[in-house]
Design a protein around this ligand. Structure first.
Ligand code: AKG
Ligand code: MN
Length: 201
């Protein structure tokens, strides 16, 4: 465990609690985790059904955990925890203070990969889920915008080894995105730890 200099001040002006722990993993741990995950995760190119069309996601993904998960019409078959992923989940639990039973892994191969505006609000996550998001590899800019008051927006650069905790209210009142960038940058891995509960198999 690193001596976390936690920046627990809320990143959001209202309607939600989000905070960034910049050193959830020490630099050497973060670098080792990146290399291991890039090589060992069963990365998949998924496609989503969007307005009647099948569109490849602009990133590679994988789902591990105690149950399956579906979003944007993509059914993620459950893959059992890998011990190294479980270790990272325990670290995320320590920092966020809540249990997680699943992780969605994202690999952004370069600046052309992205995730568009969304909320993680699938019913299986419960009415107001807490999600912890671990960043590794290239620094990318993460954006949040309020769902009804579009004058409220927050941008934050996510460094490797950082854990962004999206707490109460964030998935109800805010959307988030990781936009494409024209900057020549290397790959980034993001792990979003979630709790889908025991009702899902
Ligand atoms: O890569 C990120 O920082 C965010 C990923 C995300 O929002 C998601 O997987 O739902
Ligand atoms: Mn998300």
């Amino acid at each position: 465990m690193t001596a976390a200099s936690e920046l627990r001040s809320n990143l959001l002006p209202r309607d939600g609690l989000a905070w960034l722990v910049t050193d959830a993993l020490a630099p050497a741990e973060a670098a080792a985790a990146f290399d291991w995950l890039q090589a060992r995760i069963a990365w998949r190119q998924e496609a989503a059904r969007i307005m009647g069309r099948t569109v490849p996601l602009p990133r590679l993904t994988a789902w591990y955990g105690d149950g399956g998960y579906a979003y944007s019409g993509i059914a993620n078959p459950p893959q059992p925890w890998l011990p190294e992923l479980k270790e990272l989940a325990l670290r995320a639990e320590e920092v966020a203070g809540v249990p997680f039973d699943s992780v969605l892994c994202n690999l952004y191969r370069d600046g052309r990969d992205s995730v568009s505006w969304h909320r993680d609000a699938e019913p299986m996550l419960g009415p107001d889920p807490i999600i912890a998001s671990l960043s590794l590899g290239a620094v990318r800019r993460f954006r949040l915008r309020h769902v009804t008051d579009r004058s409220l927006a927050v941008a934050i650069d996510l460094p490797p080894g950082s854990l962004l905790v999206m707490g109460r209210g964030v998935q109800r009142f805010w959307q988030h995105a990781l936009p494409k960038t024209a900057k020549p940058i290397g790959p980034r891995i993001n792990l979003t730890f979630r709790r889908v509960g025991l009702a899902v198999s």
